[in-house]
Design a protein around this ligand. Structure first.
Ligand SMILES: NC(=O)c1ccc[n+]([C@@H]2O[C@H](COP(=O)([O-])OP(=O)(O)OC[C@H]3O[C@@H](n4cnc5c(N)ncnc54)[C@H](O)[C@@H]3O)[C@@H](O)[C@H]2O)c1
Length: 467
């Protein structure tokens, strides 16, 4: 390997960060804050122009508004659409462009492939390339390595270093998470691991955990995200059990979790977002496994729990609608309002939101579905495939489902919904007393009240019939 180790450790580095999105931009700023020279690369010209003018396009991390202009002015940070130009100058390349799944749950690596080809085009001997995007196991050591080697005509492990280190932060708390969560690092060989650790020591304050390989480091991220999906599925099954036995699952889970080994998450109407409902598919639909004769069949019989968890969590939309029907009867031509289409509270993002499954389950019954979200206007809702509730239509609504717990909904004014019979609190975030005071039934997933509500309705109906 042709590289001067001393200069790598002691001199300021030039780092190319490829992908300047919600995670890439904070990473670039984190490195620049540590005195390194960072060149950010993005295919979006507007993003690059804004950054070079000192404007951050990422609102989720408030510190960026002051740090971006300061670091640009001081010459520690600049942005470009030419990944090749940045990589030519860089000793370290960090890649953080998205890998997602399509509607059929097939892993789509188009963005990271394009980024890798651009990096390979300009890769210099001795450079350290680190992937941070969440990836199916084996992607760095096989697929991406091959792309880099083909385009650069260099050999990983001989001419350049190659490592993987999953980004474990959450959008909205990136700088905090970078300080708090240990950095997991694995290289394709010992020298790559060591070099990546040296790099991260120069730009992070967190503990660093060395893994045996890039594959093992990739596995870590899939384990931690899939754990949460499986955990929520268990919580959802407990919720269904609680409904069946007229128990309150929220009280029961809270009490169970006072035992330090119990960490049950919160049940609800479904799981959305870029990560939790997506990364389980990286485990059981890994394209690299499917390309290997024999392995695909074996892989198919494994990981049954994550597969079931996905089904349980996606099935909660149907369960939710069935609970509504227990109170209001058939939903044919009934108007239902979805409160919140974002995938979680207080974010303006809809990736894999449960709102889409709830809407599908309602439309399957020929219900009329309206949506509201404080983060999206009428046109944006339309663009996303929802119909905003027209002004004055409140009194047509039979049922309301709280899909996401934006803080703005915690004290939602239900009084104009004069014919609404039931509010289903899908995130256990509303105040039951306020809803009941407005004359509506309150339901939440796992509150065990369904049968009680049914009996209550039957009694009221019987009284009406007798009188
Ligand atoms: N968003 C999160 O909360 C989160 C949390 C942990 C880890 N991650 C990881 O970070 C990855 C990126 O997520 P994000 O939220 O930053 O995505 P994002 O959509 O906010 O940003 C991605 C950026 O990459 C750019 N890009 C796409 N293709 C490119 C290419 N070929 N070359 C250069 N730039 C390119 C896009 O223009 C965009 O600006 C995810 O796939 C995931 O693995 C995300």
């Amino acid at each position: 390997m042709q590289i001067n180790t001393t200069s790598f450790v002691s001199a300021p580095l030039t780092i190319a960060v490829v992908g300047l999105g919600k995670i890439g931009l904070p990473l670039a700023v984190q490195y620049a804050r540590h005195g390194q020279r960072v060149i950010g690369c993005d295919i979006n010209q507007e993003v690059v122009d804004n950054l070079n003018a000192g404007r951050s396009h990422i609102q989720e991390e408030s510190e960026l508004a002051t740090d971006v202009p300061r670091l640009i002015r001081a010459g520690f940070f600049s942005a470009t659409t030419s990944t090749q130009a940045a990589v030519c100058e860089a000793q370290v390349v960090v890649v953080i462009v998205p890998v997602a799944i399509d509607a059929e749950h097939v892993v789509n690596t188009a963005h990271i492939d394009a980024a890798s080809r651009a990096i390979g085009d300009a890769l210099q001997p001795g450079t350290l390339v680190i992937y941070e995007t969440t990836l199916p196991v084996g992607t760095t050591s096989r697929h991406l390595r091959q792309l880099l080697e083909q385009t650069s005509q260099l050999q990983a492990g001989k001419d350049f270093y190659l490592a993987y280190s999953p980004e474990r932060v959450s959008s909205g708390s990136v700088f905090h998470d970078l300080r708090m969560y240990p950095k997991v690092v694995g290289g394709i060989d010992a020298a790559s691991t060591e070099r990546a650790i040296t790099f991260y020591r120069s730009v992070l304050d967190a503990e660093i955990i060395a893994m045996a390989s890039t594959d093992e480091a990739e596995f870590v991220k899939l384990i931690e995200t899939t754990y949460r999906d499986v955990n929520i599925a268990l919580a959802n099954e407990y919720a269904c059990y609680a409904d069946m036995h007229q128990l309150n699952v929220h009280a029961a889970i809270a009490a169970a979790n006072t035992q330090p080994y119990s960490h049950i998450h919160t049940p609800g109407v479904g799981v959305g977002g870029h990560c939790i409902p997506v990364y389980p598919y990286f485990l059981f639909s890994n394209p690299l496994d499917h390309a290997q004769p024999g392995l695909a069949d074996t892989a198919h019989t494994m990981l049954t729990l994550p597969r079931q968890a996905r089904q349980i969590n996606d099935g909660m939309a149907e369960y939710t609608i069935q609970r509504l029907e227990e109170v209001v009867g058939p939903l044919y031509q009934q108007s239902v309002l979805l409160l919140g289409v974002a995938y979680r509270g207080d974010v303006r993002e809809t990736a894999f939101t449960s709102a889409r499954l709830l809407q599908a389950a309602l439309r399957y019954r020929d219900a009329i579905v309206y949506a509201d979200d404080v983060f999206f206007n009428e046109d944006e809702l339309k663009e996303l495939g929802y119909t905003a509730l027209p002004a004055g239509y409140e009194d047509r609504i039979t049922a309301v489902i709280l899909q996401c717990d934006h803080r703005a909904y915690h004290h939602f004014n239900f009084s104009p919904f004069s014919r609404c019979q039931v509010v289903l609190d899908g995130r256990h975030a509303l105040r039951r007393a306020e809803i009941e005071a407005a004359g509506m039934h309150y339901l939440s997933i796992g509150d065990g009240t369904t049968l009680a509500v049914k009996n209550d309705n039957a009694q009221r109906l019987a009284k009406k019939t007798v009188s």
